[in-house]
Design a protein around this ligand. Structure first.
Ligand SMILES: [Zn+2]
Length: 259
């Protein structure tokens, strides 16, 4: 195999790895933003429940104050009633006392309702506080892990690029630049194996003469369909002469290679 081809194959491996790492680095902030958004929505939910609970407690306090005021009024009315001069005055006091009593009962009923409402709210707030603390820890840990992962990935990318640069210096400049040009125009893949008479990448059937020439490995050849640099790896493939079916040795067909 031509050294330029060997180098281009290595470049492709390095470039694939760089692409995967770059993709991973780009995905990490997105992942963090997603879990942070979820955390924020849980925090908001907790704030809403807390505010509802606070309003509930305020209402109860206000009603308790009202009850106290009613009770004071009743005791005052009762003492005034002692001094009632006429039955009419007496009944008027009694009427006011009854009214205050009704208002007290109304307030008591409302307090009971509020207490019933508060119970699930209190439970929800307590549970949310516990789960939020756990969630926050998890988010912090994920963020730290993402930072670490990014740094590790970046370090690997740097070393891959260094190796890449040194390989490029060992290549025929036109082959290196060709590889680069094809790779950029062809979804990141500049070189493809040919096996069983086909370009593995675009799957086109190669002309028999073209394939035979390629197998000789004497010149740099490119796929007539996808334009990628082609190589034939005799150590891997076992091709029959017609260039048709690829024979799998492990399948036990017993067909020997002619290369
Ligand atoms: Zn092709």
């Amino acid at each position: 195999m031509l050294p330029d081809i060997q180098h281009a194959i290595r470049l492709q491996i390095l470039d694939d790895r760089v692409a995967a790492l770059t993709k991973e680095i780009a995905a990490l902030p997105k992942h963090i933003a997603e879990i942070e958004k979820k955390l924020e929505s849980h925090q908001r939910r907790l704030e809403i429940d807390k505010a509802a609970l606070l309003a509930n407690q305020k209402d109860r306090k206000r009603l308790e104050g009202e009850i106290q005021a009613h009770e004071q009024k009743v005791s005052k009315l009762k003492s005034q009633m002692m001094d009632a001069k006429t039955n009419e005055q007496y009944r008027a006091f009694q009427h006011e006392i009854d009214f205050a009593g009704q208002e007290t009962r109304k307030a008591e009923d409302r307090i009971l309702e509020l207490m019933t409402d508060a119970e699930p709210l209190e439970k929800a707030v307590k549970a949310a506080e516990v789960s939020l603390a756990t969630e926050k820890k998890h988010v912090d840990a994920e963020k730290a892990a993402a930072r670490e992962r990014t740094a590790t990935d970046q370090k690997e990318i740097d070393s891959l690029k260094a190796e890449r640069a040194s390989i490029v210096t060992q290549m025929t400049p036109s082959v290196a630049s060709n590889y680069e040009r094809i790779r950029k125009g062809r979804a990141g893949v500049g070189i493809s194996e040919a096996a069983a008479g086909r370009c593995v990448r675009c799957n086109i059937v190669l002309r028999p003469q073209f394939y035979q020439d390629l197998k000789k490995g004497e010149t740099i050849m490119t796929c007539e369909s996808c334009g990628r640099i082609l190589y034939y790896n005799p150590a891997r493939g076992v091709d029959d002469l017609s260039g048709g079916t690829r024979v799998n040795m492990s399948a036990g067909t017993g067909v020997a290679s002619d290369d």
